[in-house]
Write a protein that binds this ligand. Structure first.
Ligand code: SF4
Ligand code: SF4
Length: 87
């Protein structure tokens, strides 16, 4: 269980720092939850069925989740336009 949760700081939401974003390909996901365990920002979130998704408001794009994933289900892709509003 996480011991803290991300929150907006004086510089805004930390997702604004990101240059790459993790994209989860659920067709390759085996629900091992390694990404959820290793993410240092607690921005890998679990669905009811234990598939995972990313909190893009606070994910910093470090890529640790992609490195931890044994099935390469997480792909790091460049942010489309840095500095513009992101979903
Ligand atoms: S890229 Fe880093 S911060 Fe974002 S979800 Fe993956 S491990 Fe967490
Ligand atoms: S580490 Fe990969 S396979 Fe495991 S839950 Fe995360 S995305 Fe799915």
């Amino acid at each position: 269980m996480p011991i803290s949760y991300p929150a907006e700081g004086s510089s805004g939401k930390t997702g604004l720092w990101r240059t790459e974003r993790p994209v989860v390909h659920l067709d390759k996901c085996i629900k091992c939850l390694f990404c959820w365990l290793y993410c240092p920002e607690d921005t890998i979130l679990r669905r009811e069925d234990d598939y995972v998704y990313v909190d893009y408001d606070y994910c910093k794009g470090c890529g640790i989740c992609a490195q931890a994933c044994p099935t390469h289900a997480i792909e790091m892709v460049p942010e489309p336009s840095l500095g513009s509003e992101r979903a």
